[in-house]
Design a protein around this ligand. Structure first.
Ligand code: SD4
Length: 332
């Protein structure tokens, strides 16, 4: 089975840490994210997203090139992955918790600093769109569980079963041993976090995930937590995270990156410092988990950094929609 084969292929550190083996085993050419400099002024619009999601970035770019709204761009980009049942970490087809329930976390943040979020949402594929509705149509920032689901239904979202044949089979196989380890398992791509800047220089961001496979019932990760999984400050820049959410939450990662941008760090430097904040904690167990950040500053410069190899971002700019392998901390 694909997932099992993937785990078997895991080679990082010999500890079963599975990070983007697709990239490890493919002909994908290694291009480490360069540090942008002030001299080569990036052209706009620009879209970046965590992992290899060219269809998602293409959708977002299409909207921006047609002078669409930057929030529409990130929402609709993320919706591409939510609807893809082959993506086992987002929306329909996402791997369930240990009880077999698919529970989604998502958030959006716009150029005016408004935000909306849903946590522990069940039966609705487009969690990112529900998060946007929370932002736009309620006085709140965050809705959870049954309340979030009922709100979505009241807004016309269809309730459906998000557990596909294949995710059900994977869960049933997992149940045989029922071993939960805080491992980040990535097949083709993962949680999608997306940041975009339109041609006027305005930024929005979105993030959506089914969270960690076989998590405890009720578990919520970093992805829907404003400041942890995502933060946008249209004056300064934006950041979105992927990986072991608990570690991102403990360092309020995305907010940290944006504050480092505010201090004048480049997106690359800011992502690196936020990763160091995790690995330099006393007794950090960082060899056993992955965290990756992507960031963008107000000039449209971008950066990314992760703890382990094989994190990548997809970047669409200047007609080029390319996968850029991220630099990383743990070098042998
Ligand atoms: C979470 N950060 O729920 C998400 C999962 C993820 O790579 O990004 N996995 O913790």
């Amino acid at each position: 089975m694909k997932r099992r084969k993937f785990l078997k292929n895991a080679s990082l550190s010999g500890i079963g840490l599975s990070l983007g083996s697709t990239f490890a085993n493919s002909n994908y050419s290694t291009k480490v994210n360069p540090i942008s400099t002030n001299s080569d002024k990036p052209s706009l619009p620009v879209v970046i997203a965590t992992w290899h999601v060219p269809n998602a970035t293409a959708k977002a770019m299409e909207i921006l090139q047609n002078n669409g709204n930057v929030l529409d761009a990130v929402e609709q980009g993320c919706m591409v992955e939510e609807a893809d049942i082959k993506n086992s970490t987002v929306g329909k087809g996402g791997l369930p918790d240990r009880d077999g329930n698919v529970t989604l976390d998502a958030c959006v943040m716009d150029k005016n600093g408004n935000c909306g979020s849903v946590v522990y949402l069940q039966n609705i594929t487009h969690a990112v769109s529900v998060a946007r509705k929370v932002m736009e149509d309620t006085p709140h920032v965050m809705l959870a569980g049954e309340g979030a689901k009922q709100f979505a239904i009241s807004k016309g979202f269809q309730a459906e079963n998000l557990l596909t044949e294949s995710s059900k089979k994977a869960w049933e196989e997992w149940k045989i041993k029922s071993e939960y380890k805080p491992i980040i398992n990535i097949e083709n791509h993962d949680t999608i976090g997306m940041l975009a800047m339109d041609k006027n220089g305005d930024i929005s961001g979105a993030c959506t995930t089914s969270g960690l496979a076989y998590k405890m019932g009720g578990r919520v990760g970093d992805s829907p937590i404003i400041g942890s999984g995502l933060f946008v400050d249209n004056q300064v820049g934006a950041c979105v995270a992927t990986g072991l959410g608990e570690e991102v939450v403990k360092t309020v990662g995305s907010f940290l990156v944006v504050e480092l941008l505010r201090q004048g760090k480049s997106p690359q430097q800011a992502c690196e410092e936020a990763i160091l904040r995790i690995v330099n904690k006393p007794n950090s167990n960082y060899k056993n988990f992955q965290v990756g950040y992507i960031a963008m500053n107000k000039k449209g410069e971008t950066g990314s950094y992760a703890i382990h190899q094989w994190f990548s971002m997809t970047k669409f700019q200047d007609e080029k929609n390319e996968q850029i392998q991220s630099d990383y901390f743990l070098k042998k």
